[in-house]
Design a protein around this ligand. Sequence first.
Ligand SMILES: [Zn+2]
Length: 440
Amino acid sequence: MSERVPSPVDLRIDARWVIPVEPAGVLAGHTLIVDAGRIVALVPADEADRRYAPRSRVALPRHALIPGLVNAHTHTAMALLRGIADDVSLRTWLEQHIWPREGRFLAEDFVHDGTLLGAAEMLRGGTTCCNDMYFYTDAAARAYEQAGMRAMLGMPVLDFPTSYAADAEAYLQRGLEARDAWKHSPRLSFALAPHAPYTVGDASWARVVTYARQLDLTIQTHIGETQHEVDEARATTGESPLARLDRLGATGPGFIAIHAVHVDPEDIELLAAQGCHVVHCPASNMKLASGVAPVASFLARNVNVALGTDGAASNNRLDVFSEMRLASLLAKVTTGDASALPAARVLRMATLGGAAALGLDQQVGSLETGKQADVVAVRLADVETIPMYDPLSHLVHAAGRELVTDVWVSGTRVLDDRRLVGIDVPALASRTQAWQQRLA
Ligand SMILES: [Zn+2]
């Protein structure tokens, strides 16, 4: 048998455990090989020695490697409003605290700086990809490029004017202009983001559906976040908000239902029949006293469920680790079944489930050969995480985002021993301080 010459590759990462998500399970003594931004192999260390000659090598002997987490719903720029109004109802929060400030301050620089702040927070917490829904899509795209983060940008649609656009058609045109400007970026993708059934009328929904079908774009919207919204819709149209969107042609495998707290059995059947995705936002739903989404019922009908933080103004952390733990605990307490949403299942939701909702599961969401190398190292060796019987259990129930040490997006290191590589943090902090003084 002839000895093969080792292939030159960009990067080799050795970790104590690798949790690829697909296939399920924990691999010990394995090595991830990355070249040109992609995973080219996940093999035992001795095989890596024989087959690959890496140009750079990272040893993480006390860490678990996991796929980058996907935050499947957020309003990233609202990081600038973190903690500005807590302990009030959704309506009061929006009408008295958020909308008046957005009315005064919403602009390109607000969105750029807020998005950069939120991206920095997410990267330090092991989130490599988010699904953003906010205004000034172009400014947000610029911030994600700067941070080196992957993002799907929801192009917002509303029936009322803001500084960003005057009417639904103007919102759509501004979003599509940003998409044209950034469509060649390998890390950015775009979706249509009508805010909610109650803020977007039938005519505008029809426009959204037309664009979605012509341009093959995902539609994402807040739906069933509060009981009030569902009651009002039923009183007006005699149908649930989701049934109305289905009648208007919006549902299908490219439809993301965000929150889906107040849905009835017919709605769940509809989501399943149409192949829609749900984004579960446990912390935001709890904090605004919205309720708890029937996640076990979605999963029982094979509806794909992803996890989202919602904006930092309502959560107040863009922290997918804490969403994983809350999702698991809520599933158990609401079903009375301690086996509901085990750790492996909830990690899958936060990675491959999120990627599938965003239509990116061929590219990211698991540590599989051929996928983009979006990789997160979590240190599991200190007093908070010993003893170690099961790394999966620790990731969901014992670890937190503070244990994330290193992050790669498409094989580029964006977090190096907790230091952000592409972001000037002192400059970001001083701009954030200036925004705080204006917004307070
Ligand atoms: Zn939201």
